[in-house]
Design a protein around this ligand. Sequence first.
Ligand code: GDP
Length: 194
Amino acid sequence: MRIKQAEFVKSAVYEKDYPIELNNMEFAFVGRSNVGKSSLINSITGRKKLAKTSKTPGRTQLINYFKVNNEFYIVDLPGYGFAKVPKEMKAEWGKTMERYITSTRKKLVFVLLDIRRIPSEEDIEMLVWLDHHNIPFKIIFTKIDKVSNNEKSKCLKDIKKKLEFYDDDVFFHSSLNNTGKENILNYIDSLLIK
Ligand code: GDP
């Protein structure tokens, strides 16, 4: 798929504030803070500053909608796993996420995991949560430029001690050199109604 256009539409917390649905499905991205979510959204849309990095926990509570090719939405979900976030903010994050997950929006959620890290309890909880609500999801391993092929195999072996998946059912991506970008875009394209 060629990206001709990508723009920020709006931020939302409640379902009533989500933009009017486009196409048959939207594509949400979630992961722990620093996993490379903003970089990945910028990489696949080819817009360097579309998604802003979420260094400040205060910015993490909103769901950001981006419209691509006037055809579908990319949904930037708030990141999790900030070390120093107050309890109330974590609860707020949970509510915003739950509203999104249980909303009537037709969606596919990409869960981002850093290839070099063993998935955290929060990562696992996220996957279990999606599964529980029957939300289709796919795993994207990020920052794969940081590992050699040998290291990648070793990382996957370690991650599989915590998480079951088939290698050909997950995506591998690098925002540094855009590896894996086409696979993700082609997958999205294959799910859209033309
Ligand atoms: P977010 O908090 O999940 O949105 O993560 P960011 O996109 O802000 O990225 C967090 C940090 O990881 C930044 O310093 C990025 O430059 C770096 N980063 C993100 N993606 C990649 C990648 O694919 N390769 C490398 N080498 N660094 C990355």
